[in-house]
Design a protein. Structure first.
Length: 136
């Protein structure tokens, strides 16, 4: 189980590499920043010769993932992964159930329940498979 999922997709080109790159450039708003903005194109990002780094341009879920890939003569490959700033945010979310368990253990509470030892890993699994699964 990976803490932060990523996927690699391989594909075959329907046209030549030059035509595919031209089509990709037409659908991409060139931007150095990795933010979602209102544009009439599908992607924002950079395309350099046969390598690219793209972000979906739709507001909301578009800025959650980063698409990095390359094109060869007849095929291509894309790596889809969670962006670094969202990884840091998710690390905080992963740490919250552990922090709550530690605070409960350290406090002088007489009412510590062993069920908390089961709830903490279940909360982490819920964050990983439900919360991240919805957005990824």
């Amino acid at each position: 189980m990976k803490i932060f999922p990523s996927s690699i997709y391989e594909f075959k080109l329907n046209d030549s590499k030059e035509k595919t790159l031209e089509r990709l450039k037409r659908r991409t708003e060139t931007s150095e920043k990795s933010i979602s903005i209102f544009v009439d194109k599908s992607f924002t990002g950079n395309i350099n010769q046969n390598k690219f780094q793209l972000f979906l341009s739709n507001i909301g879920g578009g800025s959650f993932c980063k698409l990095t890939g390359f094109l060869d003569d007849s095929e291509g490959e894309v790596l889809v992964e969670i962006k670094r700033n969202f990884k840091m945010l998710l690390c905080v979310l992963y740490f919250l159930p552990i922090l709550g368990l530690i605070i409960e253990l350290v406090s002088n509470s007489k009412a510590f329940h062993l069920i908390l030892l089961l709830v903490c890993p279940l909360q982490i699994l819920a964050i990983r498979f439900i919360f991240i699964g919805i957005f990824f």
